[in-house]
Design a protein around this ligand. Structure first.
Ligand code: DOR
Ligand code: ZN
Length: 380
């Protein structure tokens, strides 16, 4: 008889600074219960939730709606962003201490929150307290403008989900000049390209995303990418390579977990967004296995840096146990997210979350979420 000892890898609980939990307003896609269950199943013990809900979170009243739902339903720890609107720059600073930070949508994406012209950016940059983060959805040249704002107002700005070579190179140059800019990258921008074969990062497998024959620079404006619709769009291999080559410039991994139902994704007008909470760590561990990443990179970008950038508390007695040797196929049918699909369906990965301990209590074990609804704490 051969006895196999699987020594578990112990990691700190991960922090995901960018998730969409859809409550209030679209709980058929996700809510604070299903979204935080997905987080725990993925080894994520703290999530920062975006404000593009329905209604959007943009004042004291809407913030209370989200926080009340979270208080009752969240199974992992959390904080909620408030969104920058055209006329709330005077009130959001007073809410800063209760929120993850201020989210500014400078380019169009899912939801109503969008600041079209730069006169609307200015009062937010002027008034939002510098101790709290401003996170911008700003792509390409809007991102360059946001970095200029960071320099002019001499305040930290965190760039969400970078995806392009030109973006990572500009952030590198800005950091070298002392501008207070940080950034995050999502697994889908590291592992998927538009209309090309996937990066050879997973052990094997295909993806919904790569079945679509058109992408950034290939697809005509307005033409749908089907399930692969996401903002920022999936980019080219050249962009993906540049992100991997400049990982030291990238501060955080973030999922941009953006669940939409399969029915919506397969419709004529699919909304942009991918679920990501349950695939983040297996994909990153597979990259470790393929020697493209180290465990230390994961700890740095999914724990230490987000804690520092967003000024988050440590979670005492909190860790995750991972079987680094477990190989398996990603299957939407095994996920906790309510959306029912994943762009990584069928990918073979190596590294499985076995157990999550959150503040001393077993929160997830062998495929089952054990933390009760309401166990999650607001870290603000
Ligand atoms: O693809 C995206 N989906 N990008 C975003 O910025 C928003 C998100 C969503 O909320 O669905
Ligand atoms: Zn997002």
């Amino acid at each position: 008889m051969r006895v196999e000892w699987n020594v578990m890898l112990k990691l700190p609980g991960l922090i995901d600074p960018h998730v969409h939990l859809r409550e209030p307003g679209a709980t058929q896609k996700e809510d604070w219960d299903s979204g935080t269950s997905a987080a725990l199943a993925g080894g994520v013990t703290m999530v920062l939730a975006m404000p593009n809900t329905n209604p959007p979170i943009f004042d004291a009243e809407t913030l209370d709606i989200a926080l009340n739902a979270a208080k009752v339903k969240a199974r992992c720890d959390y904080a909620q962003y408030v969104g920058a609107g055209p006329d709330n720059s005077d009130i959001v600073p007073s809410l800063a201490f209760k929120t993850a930070g201020l989210k500014m949508y400078l380019d169009s994406t899912f939801g109503e929150l969008r600041l079209d012209d730069m006169t609307l950016w200015q009062p937010h940059f002027e008034k939002y307290p510098k101790e709290y983060p401003i996170v911008v959805h700003a792509e390409s040249r809007s991102m360059a403008a946001a970095i200029l704002f960071a320099a002019i107002y001499d305040r930290p700005v965190h760039i969400a989900h970078i995806s392009l070579k030109e973006e990572v190179l500009l952030i590198k140059a800005a950091k070298e000049r002392g501008i207070k800019v940080t950034c995050e990258v999502c697994p889908h921008h590291l592992f998927l390209t538009a209309g090309e074969s996937p990066s050879p990062i997973a052990l094997s497998g295909g993806s919904a995303a790569t079945e679509v024959e058109a992408g950034r620079g290939v697809r005509d404006e307005g033409e749908s990418a089907g399930r692969s619709e996401v903002r920022p769009r999936l980019a080219t291999q050249k962009d993906v390579d540049a992100l991997w080559e400049n990982l030291d410039v990238i501060d955080c991994f973030a999922t941009d977990h953006a669940p939409h139902t399969l029915e919506e994704k397969d419709s004529d007008n699919p909304p942009p967004g991918f679920p990501g909470l349950e695939t983040l760590l297996p994909l990153l561990l597979t990259a470790v296995n393929n020697e493209r990443l180290t465990i230390d990179d994961i700890i740095q970008k999914s724990v230490i840096n987000p804690r520092k950038i967003f000024n988050l508390p440590e979670q005492p007695e909190t860790w995750i146990e991972v079987d680094e040797t477990a190989e398996y196929e990603i299957k939407a049918s095994e996920q906790f997210t309510r959306c029912g699909w994943t762009p990584f369906e069928g990918w073979r990965v190596k590294g499985k979350v076995k157990k999550v301990v959150l503040r001393g209590a077993e929160a997830f074990k062998d495929g089952e979420v054990l933390a009760e609804k309401g166990f999650g704490r607001n870290v603000r």
